[in-house]
Design a protein around this ligand. Structure first.
Ligand code: GLU
Length: 494
């Protein structure tokens, strides 16, 4: 049987380096085995999925050179490759499970579920709800059905005992059924949850090896059971170690830029990023640090993946990127890289309209538009002294804006302007004063061309990185302030 692997991102935010990492290992494994690598979009969470996010994920993976054999944009014989286009299939398979008694319809309300969980907690039991907890008297079910109450479909799960799952890297893993709840398979909106859609699609798409992040290990027992219920063979499972911040915590955007867009705007080379991701938990047989995607495919051996949490360290990535720039480019080739990066018509056409009215000679571009090509800016705390702003206000402006930008799903001029307007209103500041610290953070000076347009051009990731940098200069909330600021921020109505 020929190998088929997949990466299955949910399009709910920035294109994450973790997605690229998992895509890389799936692609390398498939290529090495002469198999196929598939891209599937898991967009069943309709409230959080956006087409912008999907487009950015596809674009970023392509930029990295991690192209796929089948996917929503290139098609393939097992499509559609976007879960939102496969709803009927999940309905049918959920129905099959219900008919066979492997799943059941559940009319429990959120309030009842909470009470049930609390009761279990008080009894000293695990809070995973079991089918027996959820049972309702037959007449009550009939009553709710007749009233047209919303319901979900849940899977049957064992009350207790041990479940054994085989992992390609870890061998047999034992998990406790007692901790596994009667997982919802179909939500009340008629859409599947991740678990049902993922299993049905992996089967129908002929996936032979599921290589994914370690955070999914706890889902494995449910998936194993679903394969059994359907009578399907389960693909081999391989859970890759999670990427970590240098302080060993799980890689998070609060501590490190996690979006591929940031690394791209910053001027990292795709081959260096791929090389670095390949070093996350894996090493070449000769331990060489610098290698290409092709070399990785040639020498790949899954058994060389080590489970200690790999640290994604931007400083190391910079060093590696430098090697690629110096060792793999003559000046002519480097010129081409600059052109691809920012010195091209598309980027100039975005930036120049913002500065044209201030240009007297073309060389003015160097100081008017420097921040459009810069990475980190050289900021000093004195730059954040403003006659009409208290230091506390400056810090809040930067922190609240950053928090809001981290949550925003649409990065456009009007959404940025609206968000900043809400924060300025809350802090009772005139927009002109409110914007001052943002000018300095993003452009490195208190006056610049339209800063909101600049933020849109720089992108959410670079903008956030600059705000984070500014906060490190002026000081973000202290431990004591964090709770109060967070509460204050949460009270804002965006
Ligand atoms: N949609 C899941 C994710 O966002 C896929 C997990 C899996 O590979 O099974 O990571």
């Amino acid at each position: 049987m020929s190998v088929r692997t997949r990466v299955a991102p949910s399009p709910t935010g920035d294109p994450h380096v973790g997605t690229a990492y998992i895509a890389l290992f799936n692609r390398v494994f498939a290529r090495q085995m002469g198999g196929k690598f598939i891209l599937r979009i898991e967009d069943t969470d309709q409230a959080r999925s956006t087409p912008e996010s999907e487009a950015m994920i596809l674009d970023s993976l392509r930029w990295l050179g991690l192209d796929w054999d089948e996917g929503p944009d290139v098609g393939g014989e097992f499509g559609p490759y976007r879960q939102s286009e496969r709803s009927d299939l999940y309905q049918e398979y959920a129905r099959r499970l219900v008919d066979a008694g492997h799943a059941f319809i559940c009319y429990r309300t959120p309030a009842e579920l909470e009470a049930l969980r609390n009761a279990r907690k008080e009894a000293g039991k695990h809070t995973a709800l079991k089918p027996s907890d959820l049972l309702l008297p037959e007449d009550e079910v009939a009553r709710r059905k007749a009233a047209g109450d919303p319901y979900v479909i849940r899977m049957q799960v064992p009350e207790d005992g041990r479940c054994e799952v085989e992992d390609m890297l870890r061998g047999a893993i034992e998990l406790d059924w007692g901790q596994v709840d009667a997982q919802i398979l179909m939500k009340s909106d008629g859409l599947p949850t991740y678990h049902l859609a993922n299993v049905v699609d992996d089967h129908l798409m002929g996936i032979t090896h599921v290589i994914r992040g370690e955070e999914w290990i706890n889902s494995a027992p449910k998936h194993k059971l679903l394969y059994q219920y359907f009578g399907w063979e389960m693909p081999a499972l391989c859970h890759m170690p999670l990427l970590r911040n240098p302080d060993k915590s799980k890689l998070s955007k609060r501590k490190n830029p996690t979006s591929i867009n940031y690394y791209r705007r910053m001027g990292f080379l795709p081959e260096a990023v791929v090389n670095y991701l390949g070093r996350m938990g894996w090493s070449m047989p000769d331990e060489s640090e610098k290698f290409s995607l092709e070399q990785m495919v040639e020498h790949f051996d899954l058994q060389r993946v080590s489970l200690g949490g790999p640290v994604f360290d931007v400083e190391k990535l910079r060093w590696l990127n430098g090697l690629w720039i110096r060792e793999n480019h003559d000046p002519q080739q480097l010129a081409e890289r600059f052109r691809q990066w920012a010195f091209n018509e598309e980027y100039l056409m975005a930036v120049l309209p913002l500065i044209q009215t201030r240009l007297e000679v073309l060389s003015d571009v160097a100081h008017l538009a420097d921040f459009f090509v810069a990475g980190d800016l050289p900021l000093s705390v004195e730059q954040f002294d403003f006659p009409r702003l208290e230091p506390l206000q400056v810090r809040k402006i930067l922190q609240f804006s950053l928090w809001r930008f981290e949550e925003m799903r649409h990065w456009q001029r009007d959404t940025v302007a609206d968000a900043l307007g809400v924060i300025a209103g809350h802090l009772e500041l005139k927009l002109k004063d409110f914007m001052m610290p943002l000018f300095v953070a993003v452009a490195g000076r208190p006056a610049a061309p339209s800063i909101m347009d600049a933020m849109v051009i720089l992108g959410s990731d670079m903008t956030r990185a600059r705000l984070r940098q500014a906060l490190s200069v002026v000081g973000g909330p202290s431990k004591k302030e964090t709770k109060a600021w967070d509460k204050e921020y949460r009270s804002l109505a965006f």
